[in-house]
Design a binder for this molecule. Structure first.
Ligand code: ZN
Length: 177
């Protein structure tokens, strides 16, 4: 099954946008040091990226201990994980892809693009009316009839959307063979 590599691209985008120190003014021409201190990097994003890489790395080692330590550049972790788990059973590859795809969604949302949740049908009613609720860190269904027993709109973690997305993709791939 084909992989979209947007998770790696989005991780790089996050790094470029939020974690590169930016020079805020020209130097005095005599020294290579900027006259102004660089803008502080966004430590929240740095931590998020580190946690994302760590999650993929530990998951990979848990199913493929021979993979060893990941030492590459952060956005390469997805390729590294796929390389070391390509021989595993479909379910394990799907589990890996669900993690990568969930991180793809997380990176997009961290960069301000919450519209990515709209590309998924609601797991309960199947409608295409999910929107992101930042405070809950969940995708909420817009359908008034799609509620839990207390009448509260159904909400979904990215983990669930990613799992369903990969399961659908895998089913399509298996029918094609
Ligand atoms: Zn729904």
């Amino acid at each position: 099954m084909g992989h979209d590599d947007t998770a790696a691209q989005r991780l790089r985008l996050l790094q470029d946008e939020f974690t590169q120190p930016v020079r805020t003014g020209p130097g005095d021409g005599r020294s290579s040091r900027p006259t102004h201190a660089p803008a502080p990097v966004n430590l929240g994003v740095v931590d998020r990226i580190r946690a994302a890489v760590y999650e993929v790395e530990t998951h990979t080692r848990s199913v493929a201990p021979e993979a060893g330590q990941f030492t590459g550049e952060e956005s390469r972790v997805y390729d590294w994980a796929r390389q070391h788990t390509a021989h595993l059973a479909t379910e394990q590859q799907n589990a890996r892809e669900a993690i990568i795809y969930r991180q793809d969604l997380e990176h997009a949302i961290a960069a301000g693009d919450t519209t990515v949740v709209r590309r998924h049908p609601c797991p309960q009613c199947g409608c295409w009316g999910l929107y992101w609720r930042e405070a809950a860190q969940r995708a909420v269904c817009v359908n008034h009839y799609c509620t839990d027993d207390n009448g509260v709109s159904n909400m979904w973690e990215l983990k669930r959307l990613a799992h369903d997305h990969i399961a659908r993709k895998s089913a399509v791939a298996q029918r094609a063979t």
